[in-house]
Design a protein around this ligand. Structure first.
Ligand SMILES: *Cc1c(COP(=O)(O)O)cnc(C)c1O
Length: 389
C-alpha cells in the first residue's frame, strides 16, 4: 500500500512536505495565525485563477463548491445553459435541476470539446427567456477532454448571463485567466492539480456575481458565499474550516509558486504527451479527440476483448499502480491515467512500464519497447528543452 502510485485523477500523490503539514498542531481558527494563513492562501490562489478579486475557501469537496456557485447565483425557475462534455458536466446540470432551475443542455459528443461556434449559435438563438447562467466545465475528467476556455469566453462575449466554470481538475495545470475571460464563478478543489488531500473547495467570485447574489433566491445556508465573504474580510470562515488542510494547501501553494506556474503547466503537458505517445505506439486508442486533449488526465479505450476491471486489478496488485476506469456509460470501456500530483518522469515511466506489462500479459498485440521508447522521448524531450533554457 505504501508503495502504491496513484494515477487516478484525484485524490493524487502529495509531496511529503504537504502531508507533514497536516500533522502540525492546530491553531485557533478565529485567531491571528489563521487569518495570516488565509491571507497567504488567497494571495497564492489569485494568480492561479487569474483573478484580482475574492477567492473563498469552503470545507467541502469540489461538488460542494459547484453547489455553492449555483445556489448563490440563481433563483428557482431561472433558465440556465449547461454545456456538458461528460459525467462532471452532467453533474453541474443535476445540481442545477435539484435546485429548481430550468436547465437547457448544449450537447457535445463524448470525447469532443464544446464547439465555440455551437455555443455562440445557441446563445444567438435563446429566444425571449434569456439564460440567467451558463455552466461550463474546464477539464472533463471522465473523458480526458479539455475545453478551450478562451474560445468559449469569446463565444459568450457580452452575454449578460452569470458564467460558472468547474475547473476542479483543470486549475493549476494550465493557463487560466478568469478576469480576462470574464467568468463569474470558478471552482476548484484541493485534491487535483494543487496536490493536497481532499476536503477543501476554492471558489473565486467576480464582483458582478456578488452583486447578483442579493437577488438570488435559491435556498442556501452552509454554502452562503455572501457570508463566506463577510468572514473572509475578518480572516475567517463562517464555520470551522479544515485547518489542517489549510496548512497543507499553504505549503503546496508555496511550492507551486517557488517552481513557477510555467513549470507546472510544462510538467502536466509533458506527462500527458508521454502517456498519449505510449498509447499511440501501443495500439491503444486515446478517447479524447485531437485538439481536445486534457493535460491532467488521459482517457484510453480498453482494447477490444480485454477486461478493464482485470487490467486495473493487475496494475494495482502486481505493480502498485492505481489507474481510473470509465464512469457511467464509459464504465468498462476506458482506462484513465492522471498526470496530477507529486510525480517525477521516473514515476510516469514506472506507470507506463506497468501498463505495458499488463497489456502484454492480457494478450494485447503491440511493440512494448517501441511504446516505452515513444513515451521516453516525450519525457526526455521537454527535460532537454528546459535544461537548455
Ligand atoms: C473531481 C471533480 C469534481 C469534484 O468532485 P468531488 O469528488 O466533489 O471533489 C468536479 N468536477 C470535475 C471536473 C472533477 O474532476
Amino acid at each position: 500500500m505504501a508503495n502504491h502510485l496513484l494515477f487516478i485523477p484525484g485524490p493524487v500523490a502529495c509531496a511529503p512536505e504537504v502531508l507533514e503539514a497536516m500533522a502540525l498542531p492546530l491553531v485557533d481558527h478565529r485567531g491571528p495565525e489563521f487569518a495570516a494563513l488565509l491571507e497567504r492562501i488567497v494571495r497564492g490562489l489569485r494568480p492561479i485563477f487569474g483573478t484580482e478579486h475574492d477567492v473563498l475557501l469552503l470545507g467541502s469537496s469540489g461538488s460542494g463548491g459547484l453547489e455553492a456557485a449555483i445556489v448563490n447565483s440563481f433563483s428557482p425557475g431561472d433558465r440556465v445553459l449547461v454545456c456538458p462534455v461528460g459525467v462532471f458536466g452532467r453533474r453541474l446540470a443535476a445540481i442545477a435541476t435539484a435546485n429548481g432551475l430550468d436547465v437547457d443542455v448544449l450537447d457535445t459528443p463524448l470525447g469532443h470539446a464544446v464547439d465555440p461556434r455551437a455555443l455562440a449559435a445557441r446563445l444567438a438563438d435563446e429566444g425571449t427567456r434569456r439564460y440567467a447562467g451558463i455552466l461550463l466545465t474546464h477539464n472533463e475528467t471522465s473523458t480526458g477532454v479539455q475545453n478551450d476556455m478562451a474560445a468559449l469566453a469569446a463565444a459568450i462575449g457580452a452575454h449578460p448571463a452569470t458564467v460558472i466554470v468547474d475547473s476542479v481538475s483543470g486549475l493549476g495545470a494550465s493557463e487560466f485567466a478568469m478576469d480576462a475571460w470574464r467568468f463569474d464563478i470558478v471552482v476548484t478543489a484541493s485534491q487535483k492539480a494543487l496536490a493536497v488531500p481532499p476536503g477543501l473547495a476554492m471558489v473565486a467570485v467576480s464582483p458582478r456575481a456578488f452583486d447578483r447574489m442579493a437577488r438570488a433566491r435559491a435556498p442556501r445556508f452552509y454554502f452562503d458565499l455572501g457570508k463566506a465573504r463577510e468572514f473572509a474580510a475578518l480572516g475567517q470562515t463562517p464555520w470551522t474550516p479544515p485547518v489542517s488542510l489549510a496548512f497543507a494547501l499553504d505549503v503546496a501553494l508555496a511550492r507551486y509558486h517557488e517552481a513557477g506556474a510555467a513549470h507546472a503547466f510544462e510538467r502536466h503537458a509533458r506527462y500527458a504527451r508521454a502517456i498519449r505517445a505510449f498509447a499511440q505506439a501501443a495500439n491503444v486508442e486515446v478517447f479524447s479527440q485531437p485538439g481536445a486533449h486534457s493535460v491532467t488526465v488521459v482517457a484510453m479505450n480498453v482494447p477490444d476483448g480485454l477486461d478493464a476491471a482485470a487490467l486495473r486489478t493487475d496494475l494495482r496488485e502486481d505493480h502498485g499502480i492505481v489507474m481510473g476506469g470509465g464512469q457511467a456509460e464509459l464504465k468498462g470501456k476506458l482506462l484513465r491515467m492522471g498526470t496530477m500530483g507529486h510525480f517525477s518522469n521516473a514515476d510516469v515511466r514506472r506507470g507506463l512500464v506497468a501498463l505495458g506489462t499488463v497489456l502484454r500479459e492480457h494478450g494485447h498485440a503491440f511493440d512494448y519497447d517501441a511504446a516505452l521508447h515513444a513515451a521516453g522521448e516525450e519525457l526526455e524531450r521537454a527535460l532537454t528543452a528546459s535544461a537548455t533554457r
